[in-house]
Design a protein around this ligand. Structure first.
Ligand SMILES: C[S@@+](CC[C@H](N)C(=O)[O-])C[C@H]1O[C@@H](n2cnc3c(N)ncnc32)[C@H](O)[C@@H]1O
Length: 322
């Protein structure tokens, strides 16, 4: 599997390699986790198991690997491949709730989050993530509940739609697109990806960089429909709550909005608050520190050449302090 990332733009070059399975920054992220053979690790974004498989290979008989994915199809793959391994526990759900999973309560030595959607999700024509082709406009990673992209576009006000396109897609034509959507839905609901892609292309014309004019809007709708940034906030808090002293957090993100959240959390938790005035209780201790591998890592040019979808990846690693 290769993957489509929050901010990665899918091109024909990418889709040519879509059938392959290429986990992004595999060695760097496992190195960052500092995997101990007897440790307990959580992969909150199983996908098709590229990272999980490599992590499990580094664990001994007393190691534990907890696997989560919000997509039932990914969980089914995890159960088929790892269900018989007594070191592995698997759960369907969002990493936003990782601290509620009783398996995490004894504490974790590492948490890996590899954000975005997977290629199987992106390339499955029934899921509605791609503007290429024509499919129901769904975009939910977990189709068992929540509102689809079509539902959002049918319900939201013009201002709400424009805000989403601007905030999550940095689409500078957000207002024009939102207006066109609201005008169109007066005639009939927008139910299919092809319809939406065509409407956007007709409204804003070609992009100067040659990319599909619907790229930014589709990305924005996906982030909105899956509440991706809220989930990331909660997942990071959950990881902080469950990491043991010395435990590592490794997050691979592909979009500046996600990376900013990760960077700010690490920075905020790594800094000692200013000293309070005499007589007041001492400030809470610092929870995280940056590891010696530095604040951010990027894929090598060789990895990007082999897997163009890796090109926007950013890996950040932090260690829980006592
Ligand atoms: C980029 S893929 C992960 C690929 C995986 N590391 C591999 O090597 O196969 C991202 C996966 O995370 C899942 N995902 C995204 N947000 C999630 C969340 N909040 N909770 C759980 N899973 C999530 C998606 O359903 C998708 O399967």
């Amino acid at each position: 599997m290769t993957r489509a990332r929050t901010g990665a733009v899918m091109t024909s070059e990418d889709s040519a390699s879509a059938a392959a399975h290429i986990p992004v920054m595999l060695e760097e992220s496992l190195h960052g986790l500092n995997v101990r053979a007897d440790g307990t690790y959580l992969d909150g974004t199983f996908g098709r198991g590229g990272h999980a498989r490599a992590l499990l290979a580094r664990l001994g008989p007393s190691g534990r690997l907890l696997l989560l994915d919000r997509d039932p199809a990914a969980v089914a793959v995890a159960r088929t491949e790892f269900g018989g391994d007594s070191r592995v526990a698997i759960r369907h759900g969002s990493f936003a709730d990782l601290a509620d999973w009783e398996m995490t309560q004894p504490g974790l030595d590492g948490v890996l989050l590899d954000l975005g959607v997977s290629s199987p999700q992106f390339d499955d024509s029934t899921r509605g993530f791609s503007f290429q082709g024509d499919a129901p406009l769904d975009m939910r990673m977990d189709q068992t509940h929540g509102e689809s992209a079509a539902g959002f576009l049918a319900r939201a006000s013009e201002t709400e739609i424009a805000d989403v396109l601007w905030r999550f897609g940095e689409e500078r034509h957000s207002r024009r697109i939102a207006k066109a959507i609201v005008e169109r839905r007066r005639e009939a609901p927008i139910a299919r990806t092809g319809e939406l892609a065509e409407l956007i292309a007709r409204t804003i014309g070609r992009r100067s960089d040659g990319k599909n004019p619907a790229t930014r809007s589709f990305q924005a709708l996906r982030i909105e429909v899956n509440h991706e940034l809220d989930a990331l906030h909660s997942g990071l808090q959950g990881a902080l709550a469950r990491l043991r002293p010395g435990g590592r957090l490794a997050v691979i993100s592909f979009h500046s909005l996600e990376d900013r959240i990760v960077k700010h959390l690490i920075r905020a938790e790594s800094q000692q608050p200013p000293a309070l005035r005499h007589g007041l209780p001492p400030p809470p201790p610092v929870a995280l520190r940056l590891t010696p591998v530095g604040p951010a890592q990027f894929p090598s040019s060789a990895e990007i050449a082999a897997n163009p979808r890796a090109r926007s990846a950013v890996l950040r690693v932090a260690e829980r302090l006592a």
